[in-house]
Design a binder for this molecule. Sequence first.
Ligand SMILES: [Zn+2]
Length: 169
Amino acid sequence: MHKKRIPWNKGTKGICKPTKTSFKKGEHIGKDHWHWKGGKKKTKNGYIQLRRPLHPFCNKDGYIYEHRVIMELYLGRYLKSNEVVHHINDNREDNRIENLKLLSDNKEHFVLHMRHHGNYPNHKLNNDDILKIRKMAKLGKSRKNIAKKFRIDPSHISRIILRTCWKYI
Ligand SMILES: [Zn+2]
């Protein structure tokens, strides 16, 4: 469960974002911080996070996933903790609303990934993987073996080789 937080609307004056007065003067946080990048950062697993210290579901550092915030703005409500926001084109940095799909839980997310992406929700292929997969196929490795190595579905390997997906690489 989430720890008790500052009320979501404290100091926001009707808009859901921090104001200048949210920060104590002289404190090296926010815009005064040497590491400030407009309150945006990328996580180790490739997601974008925004600094939203007043958001009720932000983490202990005051950050929240951008794709969740964008979905919340679109829906006009906060997401429930079990709700999942999926990236339709599998690109975790593409947080345009048309690339986001709201799912009711992780199970639905798992099924969708297996069916349409041939991978696990927490698994992402990068450009290097695609090149490696195509090279292995050229060298005569079986699709089943390649799929096993990259932890994805053999049918997804076919789509990569036939360039019905990842066609720009
Ligand atoms: Zn997903």
